[in-house]
Design a protein around this ligand. Structure first.
Ligand SMILES: CC(=O)CC(=O)C(=O)O
Ligand SMILES: [Mg+2]
Length: 219
């Protein structure tokens, strides 16, 4: 039997932990308060989708949004990981989209209900190829962008993040133990917008990776 390969971590069925409102400009565009502690939610592994397969519009939304985010892939698990050694637990990165049914999220927010239907549906987490840690020596200063049908919608730097990657690894692992193959989505910069059936989404990290996904309806 061959050893498991972290570059195919999405096949392992591990947790996807998402951080919301981690960029002040995005919190402001959605009229949310700027958080004093990380806002966390989860996606199941069935949310993963890879290039070549479409992002499927859930039947119950009429306002599906893109959110481009840096994903941190955990290489070594732990509980209550100190910030000082947090980066030793990182195997690498992926570019991610946190696809969000915004109308459903707004409804859940107004009723005080969890965001599961808005955030955790099948194909709600498109990801790029795995990026080994060495390729991004300073994850706190990279540029993420996203285009819809060739029009730039999001373009932001991880230098704007409120809670840094070491802070998030410490904060999350105090509450939810991290395991090898887990993924942390670190939040989105401003510019989120609606996508339609047949739209083409292109996203990238300057000089590192690009990815393309089509939006489709389940046949
Ligand atoms: C309001 C949100 O959907 C929060 C979120 O996911 C983010 O990236 O910010
Ligand atoms: Mg998000």
């Amino acid at each position: 039997m061959s050893a498991r390969n972290i570059a195919r971590f999405w096949e392992w069925g591990r947790k996807i932990i998402c951080v919301g409102r981690n960029y002040a400009d995005h919190a402001i565009e959605l009229k949310n308060a700027i958080p004093s502690e990380p806002v966390l939610f989860l996606k199941p592994p069935s949310a993963y989708v890879r290039e070549g397969s479409p992002i499927l519009l859930p039947f119950y939304t009429s306002n599906l949004h893109h959110e481009v985010e840096l994903g941190v892939v955990i290489g070594k698990g732990g509980t209550a990981i100190p910030q000082s050694s947090a980066m030793e637990h990182v195997a690498g990165y992926v570019l991610c989209l946190d696809m969000t049914a915004r109308d459903i999220q707004d409804e859940c927010k107004s009723k005080g209900l969890p965001w599961t239907l808005a955030k955790a549906f099948n194909t709600s987490c498109p990801i790029s190829d795995f990026i080994p840690k060495e390729k991004i020596p300073n994850p706190g200063s990279i540029n993420l962008w996203l285009k819809v049908n060739d029009i730039v919608k999001q373009n932001g730097s991880t230098s704007q993040i409120i809670f840094s990657i070491p802070y998030l690894i410490n904060y999350i692992s105090e509450i939810i133990s991290l395991e090898e193959g887990d993924l942390i989505l670190t939040g989105t910069p401003k510019g989120v917008s609606s996508v339609q059936e047949q739209d083409e989404l292109q996203a990238g990290i300057d000089g590192i990776v690009t990815m393309t996904f089509k939006v489709d309806r389940k046949s």
